[in-house]
Design a protein around this ligand. Sequence first.
Ligand SMILES: NC(=O)c1ccc[n+]([C@@H]2O[C@H](COP(=O)([O-])OP(=O)(O)OC[C@H]3O[C@@H](n4cnc5c(N)ncnc54)[C@H](O)[C@@H]3O)[C@@H](O)[C@H]2O)c1
Length: 269
Amino acid sequence: MSITFDIQGKVAVVTGGAGILCTAMCRALAAAGAKVAILDLRQEPAEALAAELGNEAIGIACNVLEKNSLEIAAQKVMDTFGRVDILINGAGGNKPQATTNPEQSFFDLPAEALRFVLDLNLIGIILPSQVFGKIMAEQDSGVILNISSMSAFRPLTRIPAYSVAKAGVSNFTQWLAVYMAQEYGPTIRVNAIAPGFFFTEQNRFLLTDKDTGELTSRGRQIIAHTPQGRFGTPDDLLGAVLWLVSPASSFVTGIVVPVDGGFSAFGGV
Ligand SMILES: NC(=O)c1ccc[n+]([C@@H]2O[C@H](COP(=O)([O-])OP(=O)(O)OC[C@H]3O[C@@H](n4cnc5c(N)ncnc54)[C@H](O)[C@@H]3O)[C@@H](O)[C@H]2O)c1
């Protein structure tokens, strides 16, 4: 019997790689010996992270909503490393303008804000999957890992566009897993993780009071509905990530793994 989590020397592309959750993933990939290409809209933190990681990591400015930008980034990755073994589709997020509140009902959410959130979370994983998935198809191997959300299983209040987009991420994960396996073979796998609740810039305004720093009632409700009784830390995701991008999960494709302290298992009573 052999079980291996070994990703030494593998080439990993991480979109949104300079973000809070993906920075932890990039560090874990590099610590496990992978060569990491950090793709992010924000070039400076992507390059700073690459410098920190060493191990041949590179930072590349890239917009996941523009195929041309992705193709230029893919060319840089191929010129530097010659292949792509792992794609983590990490770019995503919500924005206040697409969130209902006492001053802004669902009926008034601006179309641009709704479209921004749908595009970023959905089109922003489909286009990189086309560009890097094609390279994997040509290589006959590769793994794609998407980032879904608790809002994909049952929509969370206040964030309709984010919820529907993340439901789409889980659905697309299954679709692409089947497509890749049937059209290109079992050595190309596609899975997702669904993080529970983690403090990051995109949700801080929903979870804490900006004046006092105290938890909002939503923040308190989340803790009350998380059986493990706390928010996650980015490092909590890493075991699931390393499992899903390594040969240890070679017969696993098309699944969405909750990493949520029990949130999705709890009915509230
Ligand atoms: N924080 C949470 O609690 C939580 C929970 C579930 C899922 N997620 C998901 O995890 C992923 C990472 O989230 P995070 O909390 O670390 O967010 P973050 O805002 O810290 O990171 C997102 C990164 O994506 C980059 N980005 C934004 N638009 C981009 C674009 N068009 N092209 C390229 N890069 C772009 C940003 O510059 C940023 O570095 C997202 O998909 C998010 O929806 C987060």
